[in-house]
Design a protein around this ligand. Structure first.
Ligand code: SF4
Ligand code: SF3
Length: 542
């Protein structure tokens, strides 16, 4: 076996990618990413054993968070970038540890040779290093949750928000995954604690985003095109969008969002930019068809990158932040966080304007503040029976055919139900025109995957208004679709908040061992999905 990765929903045969990732990740990239995780665990060990105050090692924290983020599915395919992150992590680790190697594990002491040595060593430290499949399953679930958390912390940090308590937890959890004396029960407890910190991380990012850009509000977003050439910006980082909008103002170039950047339109702050033209296309995997007709350059601020099919498209791709793709220019921030996007703007000016692939508008912006403002209306609609049930359908989208389930599910839901969505899962039904209930749209989009936090706040608010003791008494069903590791932290956060009977699809994670899956089923009522009609009946009768 040349590599092993089973962190995402598309993992080969539902069990693991062993030759090349279904995502396009090469063996080398997979191994370097394993090494990043292992080196991060080593740093965690040193931080804990030297009792280093997390607040005093800002640079180390940033390096660990960015590196973990770079290992998320579809974030970074660039071997050289990953190698230099590993070298940076090891330099930090050794500086923190000093000369002494006594009392430390291999993760805290291993040294690096050349790339070939690194790849060889990586084979010993990957996922399969843990032999017991239940321990492996729990360890990896924790690690994937931490990766998702790292992504959210990275965005918050870019806005100047950080929380050392969360960073300290990341070290605690990373180190715990090296500890062979922990039992499966200990690891289950740590999994839930990861969910607890996931809530904190999403809350921090929510404060950062709303603190800087205002509270999302109901917004109609154009999905057509204008006449100017454009730049397409994808991913989740709002600070990148802000800088791009500022720098491209008055240059004759329009900015379009793609995939998970769509919710940026909902923030009041961005409404002042008349060069923010709209949203182009659908969710991440549609890029293989949509980047070609877009015509202009594309900036990836995070996942999800799909290795481009043609050189023509590849030559128009730029990355920044934790994202990376070999051969594509990577735009770094200076020490003040400023990025120079002039090369992208220049390329856009020489590009043809986007070809229209859709027209019209979509409506979103139903994050917590906006929904709370509509609370009376929503509560009345529930009390009068006009709304029978809410369906939380947050999470990720993906290219598997089986995901057509979600479009059919949304289409076939009774007309007295409302979908609460967040993340790129929304693209399966946000253009369906499902109508409204007394002015409340039947699809309420809160925002990006991290804005699932808003959905949790909305549920907690409804619990309070209706005077229930338990969120599970509410008329809310959870039919979540997952793909990558941010969905793992969202799921763990929901479990921590006590949400039961979540249905997860289109398939259950390949990293769940049969015993761990059993614990999730028995303790939390987690289930997969079945046929649309049967599932709707099941949910409506619960
Ligand atoms: Fe396979 Fe997913 Fe890992 Fe890519 S990220 S190698 S598709 S399991
Ligand atoms: Fe989507 Fe990649 Fe997960 Fe942020 S962008 S939800 S899959």
């Amino acid at each position: 076996m040349s590599m092993f990765c089973f962190q995402c929903q598309e993992t080969a045969k539902g069990t693991g990618c062993t030759v090349r990732g279904v995502c396009g990740k090469t063996e080398e990239v997979a191994k370097l990413q394993d090494l990043i995780v292992y080196a991060s665990k080593g740093i965690a060990e040193v931080v804990i054993k030297t009792k280093t105050e997390v607040g005093k090692i800002k640079e180390v924290n940033e390096a660990v968070i960015t590196a973990l983020f770079a290992t998320i599915t579809n974030a970074n395919f660039d071997e050289s970038a990953l190698e230099s992150q590993i070298r940076q992590l090891i330099a930090h680790r050794d500086k923190l540890r000093g000369k002494s190697e006594e009392g430390y594990s291999n993760a805290a002491t291993f040294s690096l040779g050349d790339r070939a040595d690194m790849l060889k060593f990586a084979e010993e430290v990957g996922v399969l290093r843990t032999e017991n499949e239940d321990v492996r399953s729990l360890r990896e679930m924790i690690i994937y949750g931490l990766k998702g958390m790292a992504a959210y912390l990275h965005h918050a940090e870019n806005i100047g928000y950080k929380d050392e308590e969360i960073t300290a937890f990341i070290y605690e959890a990373l180190f715990a995954t090296l500890n062979d004396s922990l039992t499966a029960d200990d690891l289950v407890a740590l999994t839930l604690k990861t969910g607890e910190y996931g809530v904190k991380a999403m809350a921090l990012l929510d404060s950062a985003n709303t603190g800087k850009y205002g509270n999302p509000e109901i917004t109609s977003v154009s999905i057509g095109v204008r006449k100017n050439p454009g730049i397409l910006i994808s991913g989740h980082d709002l600070t990148d969008l802000e800088q791009l909008l500022e720098q491209s103002r008055g240059t004759g170039v329009d900015i379009y969002t793609h995939g998970e950047m769509l919710p940026a339109h909902y923030y009041p702050f961005f409404k002042k930019y008349d060069n923010l033209a709209g949203n182009y296309g659908g969710s991440w995997w549609k890029q293989v068809d949509e980047f070609e007709p877009f015509g202009g350059p594309v900036l990836f601020t995070t996942n999800c990158i799909v290795p481009p099919r043609s050189e023509k498209v590849r030559s128009r791709i730029f990355t920044t932040g934790a994202a990376g793709f070999p051969g594509c220019p990577h735009i770094k921030a200076d020490e003040n966080g400023k990025k120079d996007f002039s090369a992208i703007i220049k390329m856009a000016q020489a590009s043809s304007p986007p070809t229209e692939i859709e027209s019209g508008n979509i409506v979103g912006g139903f994050a917590h503040n906006q929904v709370f403002a509509l609370a009376d209306k929503v509560v009345d609609a529930v009390k009068s029976g006009a709304i029978k049930k809410f369906f939380v359908m947050a999470g990720c989208d993906g290219r598997m055919k089986s995901r057509e389930y979600y479009t059919e599910f949304a289409k076939n839901l009774p007309s007295d139900t409302v979908i609460l969505t967040a993340g790129c899962a929304k693209y399966r039904y946000n253009k369906l025109n499902l109508g409204d209930i007394g002015g409340i749209p039947r699809v309420l989009d809160a925002g990006q995957c991290n804005d699932s936090y808003s959905l949790a706040l909305i549920a907690l608010k409804l619990k309070e208004v209706f005077g229930f003791d338990d969120v599970n008494e509410l008329p809310i069903a959870y039919n979540i679709s997952w793909y990558e590791q941010k969905a793992v932290i969202v799921l763990l956060a929901l479990l921590y908040l006590g949400v039961k009977n979540i249905h997860l699809g289109p398939t259950l994670p390949g990293f769940l061992s049969p015993n761990v899956a059993k614990v999730l089923v028995e303790t939390f009522g987690i289930a997969g999905i079945g046929e649309v009609d049967d599932d709707i009946k099941l949910f409506m009768n619960k």
